[in-house]
Design a protein around this ligand. Sequence first.
Ligand code: EPU
Length: 420
Amino acid sequence: MHRIIIEGNNKLSGRVRISGSKNSAVALVPAAVLCDEEVTIANVPNISDIDALDEILNHLGAKVTRDKDVMKIDSSNIKNKLIPEKISKKLRASYYFMGALLGKFKYVQMYFPGGCSIGQRPINLHLKGFEALGATVKEEDNLFTISAEKLTGAKINLDFASVGATINLMLAAVKAEGVTVISNAAKEPHIVNVATFLNNMGAKISGAGTSEIKITGVEHLHSCFHEVVPDYIETGTYMILASVIGENMIIENIIPDHVESLISKLEDVGVPMEIGVDYIKISAPEKLLATNIKTQVYPGFPTDLQQPFATLLTQATGKSIITETIWENRFLNLFELNKMGATTELLTNSKAVIIGPCKLKGKKVKATDLRAGASLVIAGLIADGQTIIENANYILRGYEGIVEKLTKLGAKIKLEKENE
Ligand code: EPU
């Protein structure tokens, strides 16, 4: 385990370049196994979740090369082996190998995936969708065996617009016989990015980015070049950071449309922004105003920015209410923020109140998940004195070069092994 140490209360300025999207890349890499030839994926973030997927690819016998942000994956000779539980438990996205291996071999055995503890995270919608395509699902001691004589296109209506289920079902359906229609599909930018990747390989997918996705099965997927879309959650995290401690901070290599819901909330709290084609320039205003946020599926306010935004609200004048509708356990950062001097309270499991502004003081705190960690990094950067964030490995799962990027912006921050 690592910890991050921050000496806070320095203004940050300069440019920060946003990396490829974690949640897109972690689906693109497993999707590559569907291809019978080598694929090249560029703008892959250098984060530990990608290292874990690389380990799975190696275990399956894929040839993988990584050069900076470019990953080449040749799955032409992979073996459909059981992925050891200790590797699939390392991250949530290991479950995309369910859809990809089922699509390729019509058979997969996999353990229940891991990931941040932010709720129960069931996979019933994925499994129900696989069954609709003609597969049989068996579960014993966390081990899922999913098999099909053949996969046949079907109409699948998701009870909830789940990101993971939408992607996994696209992966399973891409080589199924006939037409699959996923309705109430998730619309996040990474859904579009994954569909484009599959189409670049020769798949026939239309409607990605809307609530109805149509997939006409094909027999063969071929080599292609593809780029990971910029990470809109990393973008949003730096925008929030700039709104509390930035001085002409420029967040670049982004798609501003993807953070529209955040832009609208930052306008509500009084943050002036210059929005370019692929950048946003932000300086923290003298005074931030309280507001309410409610997390929703895309294009609503993203749950993955709720925790970083909570830190901003500790600096806003008045009473703010946060309603979390996606995950049951995404307020643990508030206990840590309170240790640093914030005034926050959990009203129910899904509702919290924050009263601001509060001067934060550096303390020893714990990252309980990836975005809780981002919330604490922002808190540490605005706090007086030294903040030590334990369990920082959560943060390294999803933010490429966070210490280097923040150092370049003028932060006093370092990463240490916890036993040092
Ligand atoms: N759900 C079910 N059954 C399912 C699938 C989902 O009930 O079969 C429920 C979940 O319990 C949750 C809701 O549906 O209440 C949303 O789940 P979704 O499937 O959309 O989330 P996910 O695919 O597991 C991805 C991201 C999360 C992000 C969510 C929502 C990846 C690897 N993870 O999770 O990212 O919060 O979508 O946008 O793509 C993060 O990056 O910090 C993170 C947690």
